[in-house]
Design a protein around this ligand. Structure first.
Ligand code: ZN
Length: 137
């Protein structure tokens, strides 16, 4: 695997199941057994109803662009060679939203639309870490 010099997540006991699931290319998120909502990021307590009864549950990996921006700035040196690139907030069909990168499309605002259908793209960036990015469906 090529050297990867960008920032990486640091899984902890609460987030490890998420990172394990994306590593397996089978993303899971926590679903609240009390109110039924999916949540992201992983945490110990449901932000909707404060239940601690959260179950790791497979998600479809399908969703829509909720919002996006195209970064042209080389503020973060690790991403300087990637500009322009797309930072997107994706709302999964299950309702949870996650911040991600949109890949497989030109970083052109004329080609990306809020509400556009997207699907997860597992990017195995290191032996230990896979990042869930999204591409047009
Ligand atoms: Zn809940």
């Amino acid at each position: 695997m090529p050297d990867y010099s960008k920032p990486l997540p640091t899984p902890d006991p609460i987030t490890q199941p998420f990172w394990d699931s994306v590593k397996a290319h089978a993303m899971q998120m926590q679903k609240c057994a009390h109110c039924g909502k999916f949540i992201f990021y992983p945490r110990a307590v449901c932000p909707h109803c404060f239940s601690r009864d959260l179950k790791w549950t497979p998600v479809s990996g399908k969703g829509k662009i909720y919002g996006f921006t195209i970064s042209h700035q080389k503020v973060i040196q690790a991403f300087a060679n990637d500009v322009p690139y797309v930072i997107a907030l994706v709302e999964l069909d299950e309702g949870a939203r996650l911040m991600t990168n949109l890949v497989g499309v030109e970083p052109d605002p004329a080609k990306i639309k809020v509400g556009m259908d997207v699907v997860v793209h597992y990017d195995d960036v290191t032996d230990a870490i896979t990042l869930p990015k999204f591409k047009p469906a």
